[in-house]
Design a protein around this ligand. Structure first.
Ligand code: IPD
Ligand code: CA
Length: 267
């Protein structure tokens, strides 16, 4: 049975507190449709409130740790201490539209590697977590990637599909190719949850270019500890944490998926 370490417990307590704040805001999203307040302002206020709770709680429990946060940037810690990498609200567009698929993502990164990870989806109340060398879990249940080997039985999730991105046409092409190979495809809109779903065996693969470290830090470890495979798709940087171009799979469809996509460079 899964036993959480002190580090994971500290993160879970902070995340649950931030989740209460986000859930209060999420319940107001309906009224937002008729309010004068700009939706972007509303969501960034919710984001900032959650991030400040996380920062306050985690810096009190783990003094000297550094922080990399989506909203407020980086806070340097002691040279010998790890860093918290935080996305206080991943899936902001879903949140704003009243869709339940959003989460909080927190990782501890040491020497460039995630060593502890929590991804919490407050509406569905699923808590994904992992520690390096100690497995991945959803609540108390162990996680394992799916055993599917064939693309035609697989569900593949992709990231942002926007004509603003240089790789837009390539992404459209790749989606078409996978569709022709018989795969099911999804765009769920919260990268940390997409990765947790690969770890849970719900998706066989997830890929995205233009992704940030706070979107993937926790999810990478959760996939790896569920015995999945995570790689960078960049031709210039092979670290999936920092390259901005990531592929995570169950390992079994990996070759097939990676050879179809090839390299996609973020920068
Ligand atoms: C975004 C989501 C989305 C992904 C984007 C991210 P945000 O994060 O994870 O699924 O496609 O690349 O920026 O803005 O909702 O925290
Ligand atoms: Ca995010």
């Amino acid at each position: 049975m899964a036993r959480m370490s002190a580090d994971i417990n500290v993160i879970v307590q902070a995340v649950e507190k931030a989740a209460r704040s986000l859930l209060r805001d999420f319940n107001e999203v309906d009224q937002l449709q008729v309010s004068m307040k700009a939706p972007a302002d509303f969501v960034s206020a919710a984001d900032r409130r959650a991030e400040s709770i996380l920062h306050k709680e985690l810096s009190a429990s783990r003094p000297g740790y550094g922080f990399i946060m989506e909203e407020s940037g980086s806070v340097k810690g002691d040279a010998d201490k790890p860093v918290f990498v935080i996305d206080p609200l991943d899936g902001t567009t879903n949140f704003l539209h009243g869709l339940p698929h959003w989460c909080i993502s927190v990782a501890i990164v040491k020497d460039g590697e995630p060593i502890a990870a929590v991804v919490f989806a407050p509406v569905t109340n699923e808590l994904f977590w992992a520690e390096k060398g100690r497995g991945a879990y959803v609540d108390k249940k162990g996680l394992r990637v799916s055993g599917k080997k064939k693309l035609e039985f697989s569900m593949l999730a992709y990231g942002e599909l926007s004509p603003r991105n240089a790789w837009y046409k390539k992404l459209l092409n790749d989606i078409e190719t996978f569709g022709k190979k018989g795969a099911s495809l999804r765009r769920y809109g919260a990268a940390a949850l997409d990765l947790s779903y690969v770890a849970s065996g719900r998706f066989e693969a997830f890929w995205e270019t233009g992704i940030k470290v706070w979107d993937v830090a926790a999810g990478i470890l959760i996939v790896q500890e569920a015995k999945g495979k995570v790689v960078s798709l960049s031709s210039k940087n092979n670290d999936p944490l920092t390259s901005g171009s990531i592929l995570a799979t169950n390992g079994l469809v990996h070759e097939d998926v990676q050879s179809t996509i090839g390299n996609v460079d973020y920068k």
